[in-house]
Design a protein around this ligand. Structure first.
Ligand SMILES: [Zn+2]
Length: 511
């Protein structure tokens, strides 16, 4: 068994910023509700918004109308619907399964205005869908994001739903596995995963179904105590096995689904080809159903001891880690309890997504450019959850504050010309490894967000080269079309600009 790379230094470097580890607390106010997936200014944003500028005027006018009638909440919602014109973060909407209904307490006047709002949104969804179709051959990644944006405006846009693989049920649109569950009379319960709707009251009273009979939760736990007979929690994209508890499995599975959604949006340029998008769009007309790949496998042990015992032969130094993705086993491993760290789960599960979503991929550990493999996993640690959308790359999340401190306060920086040579063993041996991880997180954010995402397409090409085994030490400069020294310089500018533009309310209150 070849030695594999493990994420041993995550906690050390994060420890210095312990307050930033709370990744999954809802953190922002509703006024930030914003434009769907198209997070950036610049070329991509301009192409997406072309011809849609007039919408801003239409939404503003309707908001005014609501305000004059004293429907303040509705006015606020409409006014903020399109969000700020520019944003340095990545916002990933999770559209509801169906169209929102008017508030039951609304009178006729308010209901009318609400209906106008829904009309405006539906018209916009149609334009976004048409734009997506137009861009599918030349910019599949942006087109994919526009399809999601269309769903945000109209959760019942049939063609966009179909293109993204959703199926209709009597409870709105769902992905195939969820739709199948709903059609079988099951509901997703945040503690127990998919269970029969009729079983919910008994589950909540502490009973568990076992075949056709019912047993006590404690007996259920005894039967699943061995990881080989652990609970299996299945979702649209994951199978989580755990011997800790059904509840831990369901919680972890939900967290992983959120990551999956965010990652697919942010890195569409990595995994989605024009051909595949075309197949998705063709599927709208019933021209063939897209076949999804297998589900990602995740195992969560009851505790650290079991995790170490189970993995020590496959992975040297496993006892130093708190999570690992083993690509030979195509499985990510974690353990439950207080030592589990949300950032580590996001990090290792991101390695899994990069490795398993595109085919074929190689194991990137023993080649140059390994830093970018870690960089994008560290970047995904910045995922922060909200009610309607999740956010990536916000300055105060994950390792991004540490990245800024390393460069701007400590003057620590490993130039890219040096970094691109490292393979995993070299990086792991380097005494500066924890700081390099923080720096890498910052560099990934830079490549995603600098100047409205100008390097984002290059980043996707770079990742494709690295994961297909074609990356050399010249690849990054080639795909970016600029010298590495110039990227070093722009990275500094990026972090400095971040500091200046940090709004006072955020700087004072890290939340
Ligand atoms: Zn890693």
């Amino acid at each position: 068994v070849k030695p594999r790379w493990i994420n041993v230094m995550a906690s050390t470097e994060l420890g210095q910023n312990a307050r930033l580890v709370r990744l999954w607390a809802p953190t922002w106010s509703s006024r930030l509700i914003a434009f769907a997936l198209i997070a950036s200014a610049g070329g991509a944003r301009a192409a997406a918004e072309e011809g849609l500028d007039a919408d801003r005027g239409r939404f503003a006018k309707l908001a005014d109308e609501c305000r004059r009638s004293d429907f303040v909440r509705l006015a606020d919602t409409i006014e903020n619907w399109l969000g700020p014109a520019n944003s340095a973060e990545y916002r990933l909407f999770r559209p509801p399964a169906s169209r929102p209904a008017v508030n039951a307490n609304s009178g006729a006047a308010e209901s009318n205005l609400f209906a106008k709002f829904i009309q405006l949104r539906s018209a916009r969804a149609e334009k976004l869908y048409e734009r997506a179709r137009g861009l599918s051959a030349t910019d599949p990644s942006l087109a994919y994001q526009l399809l999601w944006a269309a769903l945000r405006d109209d959760p019942e846009h049939v063609a966009a739903r179909r293109a993204l693989g959703f199926e209709p049920t009597d409870q709105g649109w769902h992905l195939p596995f969820s739709a199948q569950q709903i059609k079988a009379g099951r509901v997703w319960h945040e503690k127990f995963g998919w269970i029969a709707r009729d079983d919910v009251p008994r589950y909540e009273k502490g009973e568990r179904r076992s075949g056709t009979s019912w047993i006590a939760a404690i007996e259920d736990a005894r039967r699943h105590a061995d990881i080989r007979r652990g609970w299996k929690i299945e979702t649209d994209h994951y199978i989580v096995t755990t011997n800790h508890s059904l509840e831990e499995g369901a919680r972890l599975a939900a967290q992983l689904e959120r990551l999956h959604h965010a990652w697919r949006g942010a890195f569409a340029g990595y995994w989605l080809t024009a051909k595949e998008l075309q197949q998705r769009l063709d599927a709208v007309e019933g021209g063939g159903r897209r076949v999804e790949g297998g589900k990602h496998r995740v195992i969560c042990f009851r505790d650290r001891g079991e995790y170490v015992r189970a993995l020590k032969t496959a992975q040297p130094r496993i006892e130093m880690s708190i999570g690992v993705y083993l690509d030979a086993a195509r499985t990510a491993y974690f353990f439950a309890g207080k030592e589990q760290d949300a950032g580590t789960v996001l990090h290792e599960a991101t390695h899994q997504l990069f490795k398993e979503t595109r085919k074929p991929t190689i194991s990137p550990a023993e080649r140059p450019n390994f830093w970018i493999v870690e960089a994008v996993a560290c970047y995904m640690e910045s995922l922060a959850a909200g009610d309607e959308f999740d956010v990536l790359g916000r300055k105060d999340t994950g390792r991004l504050p540490a990245a800024r401190e390393r460069l701007l306060d400590d003057g620590f920086y490993v130039p890219l010309a040096e970094l691109v040579h490292y393979d995993a063993p070299q990086l792991q041996r380097d005494p500066r490894v924890a700081k390099i991880y923080s720096q890498s997180a910052g560099l990934a954010a830079f490549l995603m967000h600098h100047e409205g995402g100008r390097y984002r397409p290059a980043l996707m090409k770079y990742l494709q080269a690295v994961y297909s085994g074609k990356g050399t030490t010249a690849t990054l400069a080639n795909v970016a079309g600029t010298k590495l020294e110039e990227l070093d310089r722009q990275y500094r500018t990026f972090l400095q600009a971040d500091q200046q533009s940090l709004p006072a309310d955020r700087a004072d209150n890290p939340r």
